[in-house]
Design a protein around this ligand. Structure first.
Ligand code: PCG
Length: 151
């Protein structure tokens, strides 16, 4: 029943600030399950494709330079309504609107150093998962806890 998937990336600022463990813990704590995980320094081509819808924005070049500057922890997470729920756990892009209790609300100040990315809708999630991962890297498994997380 719960095969919706989303793409999540801890950006170089989150990796350098040693927030990988705490971010993953929040998604695990909520009840979502990890399907794929890797640490990589994304190429410019990958970063530009990932952010292709922002190509005309004034901050595009900065965004691509930043995301390619250091390690990114790329992940796929699975579960009921995971795309929308992960966006809620991450918090608003605008730092003044990201509520305490969210990842950005608790750990970030600047819009250009916002720690983490999560796909904004299901079709982008599918696109981003394909872009960042080979299908063999996605692991099918049945978490035992599901019986206690889902009705
Ligand atoms: P993300 O990865 O969720 O999606 C697009 C990213 O663009 C966003 O997080 C921000 O990091 C970045 N972004 C959006 N608006 C701005 C902006 O006004 N300035 C800068 N520097 N970055 C932005």
């Amino acid at each position: 029943h719960c095969t919706e998937r989303t793409f999540v990336a801890i950006k170089p600022d989150g990796v350098h600030r040693a927030l990988i463990g705490r971010t993953i813990a929040r998604l695990e704590d909520k009840g979502y399950s990890l399907v794929a995980l890797k640490l990589l320094k994304p190429s410019r081509t990958l970063a530009e494709s990932h952010y292709e819808s922002l190509r005309s924005k004034p901050f595009f070049d900065n965004l691509v330079s930043f995301i390619t500057s250091g390690p990114v922890c790329a992940m796929v997470w699975e579960g009921k309504d995971v795309v929308a729920q992960v966006r809620k756990l991450i918090g608003n892009t605008d730092p003044l609107s990201s509520a305490p209790g969210t990842i950005r609300g608790d750990f970030g100040i600047d819009i250009g150093r916002n720690i983490i990315h999560g796909s904004d809708n299901i079709s982008n999630a599918e696109r981003e998962i394909q872009l960042w991962f080979h299908s063999e890297e996605l692991v099918e498994w049945n978490p035992n806890l599901h019986e206690w997380i889902y009705e």
